[in-house]
Design a protein around this ligand. Sequence first.
Ligand code: NAD
Length: 363
Amino acid sequence: MYNVKIYGAGSIGNHLANASRRMGWDVTICDLDPAALQRTREEIYPARYGQWDESIQLCAASEAPREGFDLIFIGTPPDSHMNLAIQAIAEKPKAVLVEKPLCTPEMEKADELYSLARQTGVEVFVGYNHVVSSVADKAVELIPRLGAIETLDVEFREHWGGIFTAHPWLDGPQDSYLGFWQKGGGASGEHSHAINLWQHLAHSLGAGRVTEVDASLEYVKTDFVDYDKLCLLNLRTENGLVGRVVQDVVTQPARKWGRIQGKDGYVDITIGSEDHIHWQYGGNPKQEMVFKKTRPDDFIAELKHVEAILKGGQDTSSISLECGLDTMLIVAAAHLANGKGQRVKIDYAKGYSLEALTVAAKQ
Ligand SMILES: NC(=O)c1ccc[n+]([C@@H]2O[C@H](COP(=O)([O-])OP(=O)(O)OC[C@H]3O[C@@H](n4cnc5c(N)ncnc54)[C@H](O)[C@@H]3O)[C@@H](O)[C@H]2O)c1
């Protein structure tokens, strides 16, 4: 059984608290805002999961206990993640899980976090839970049947009305980081699950890491907000795979979808209230599977993965710090490529900072 501390009593803080309790773990949630703690106890948790769980400790962030936690989860806005994660590592827990997007597109302190995690041996995970889902595992299992891979597409296109329904205390994007791309909001940050899933599938295909990013972003800039509502990316990996990622906060009904296209067949996945996969290869009939799930299942799968890694039952994690940092480099490259109107190359030898990005002429 683990003892868990969660920073942030918001939407994800409640999900992670509930999933932890279902794992039988002890939970303390802390927040800067007393209203968020009260809302967790009286509204969010009971409305989502039936009733408040009296065993969960709630406390002001300034009074949060600093010793004796096995796991520390950072479920706060992206521009606070780096400082909180660095502080969390100093407490020497078994692991820290930082929510996505890992940081802002400036990537400030990203390299520091990476070095610290390596020096201390504290496992750091990033909350891209879709890559540890059953549907993603099934897609990866089918890859060898598809022949040589032609291309890979992932889209997370979802109007963010749903996010505001889950946050009734917010009036709109102007009230949070969501309305500001530089704070980690906008389509590029909020729906970076798509970039991350593309990277995960590309690794699984043997295509390696993304080395070139071409981007077209559409920003909404007013006196109150400054965010990208559309983020269209063309990506090329070190082994020559070319594909596409689309993220937006305008599409309704939502479409969260991915396609691996091979010479001999394809795999198509759709993520939603239940996850679907269908595939066809070698002239065989089309097949499909449905993965029924509830929203809590998404986070239970994630925590089971964390537990398996910590217990040594699994060697590599697809939600590792490195994977989350790789995703942030693409988000940062997207804004740079769009701003310059040119392709951006990524040199991983330069570390996890903007220095890794170079603007290249269009071919
Ligand atoms: N993996 C997923 O599917 C998923 C789902 C929802 C949110 N998220 C991510 O989780 C993060 C938080 O999103 P949210 O929707 O829960 O936000 P939210 O606004 O609902 O909650 C964030 C909470 O963090 C608190 N906070 C801010 N700074 C703090 C600090 N230094 N210490 C303690 N508390 C602090 C705020 O007061 C607020 O209550 C974002 O990065 C978001 O992208 C991920």
